[in-house]
Design a protein around this ligand. Sequence first.
Ligand SMILES: Nc1ncnc2c1ncn2[C@@H]1O[C@H](COP(=O)(O)OP(=O)(O)O)[C@@H](O)[C@H]1O
Ligand SMILES: [Mg+2]
Length: 251
Amino acid sequence: MSAIVVKNLSYYVPEKKILHDVSFEVEAGEILSIMGPSGSGKTTLLKLLTGLLVPTSGEIWIDGENIANMSETQLDQARLKMGLVFQYAALFDSLNVYDNIVFSVTRHKKRTSRAELDNIVRDRLDQVGLGEVEWLYPSQLSGGMQKRVGLARALAMNPAFIFYDEPTSGLDPLSAHNIDTLIQNTGRSLQVTSVVVSHHLPSIFRISDRVAMISEGELIAIDLPEHIRDSKNNIVRAFLEPERSARNDTF
Ligand SMILES: Nc1ncnc2c1ncn2[C@@H]1O[C@H](COP(=O)(O)OP(=O)(O)O)[C@@H](O)[C@H]1O
Ligand SMILES: [Mg+2]
């Protein structure tokens, strides 16, 4: 069985089918990007995959367990395997970098010693290429550094899965490129299974093993990046058009 199996997943609210009959699989260690315009349902899909929302119908198998019908206690346990990197990093403003990184560790492993916590913070900051920033507060960091701390926090519990919501949005091209490299290295060196939700085309094609597209709540394509680039699907082609013209521009 694949690391993630999503079967006929739907999420409806009274006035709208936000996601409809979505099915796909992600292999262990793979980086799958899911692209789509704003409002297509990307964030909703990530919230469903991480158990923050309960689906209307369908199955979500993570590491052999269907999280779609788990109790809150079971979900809490299942979430230990998952790191979530939110859009805009979503750090706790009132906590310094150290306390942001160890937040879920202290919550789940109450008797972790100070020395162990120090090690986790040092390790994760190293992994994301940050120096001695543990005593700084989020407001004292640049956007790119905040995203790195967000990733360090997601890595704190050694997750087998990482879910990224728009990891490069709001970053300048160089910082975006650095975050892309970090996502790739994290996937490769730590053998993490990664799902990246994004509408930033250069990043998507740089980092992904496979690319999916979601449009108006439906998954309309999933394939190797080169096949997605050559897709005959009109919606996919239209979405990729800006990227195509940018590549043909001569500077
Ligand atoms: N709880 C909700 N109630 C009603 N509409 C919602 C709710 N959550 C999201 N939506 C709508 O669902 C659609 C998909 O939202 P979202 O998943 O945030 O899209 P994306 O992340 O791709 O921009 C949007 O039209 C949004 O306004
Ligand atoms: Mg979103």
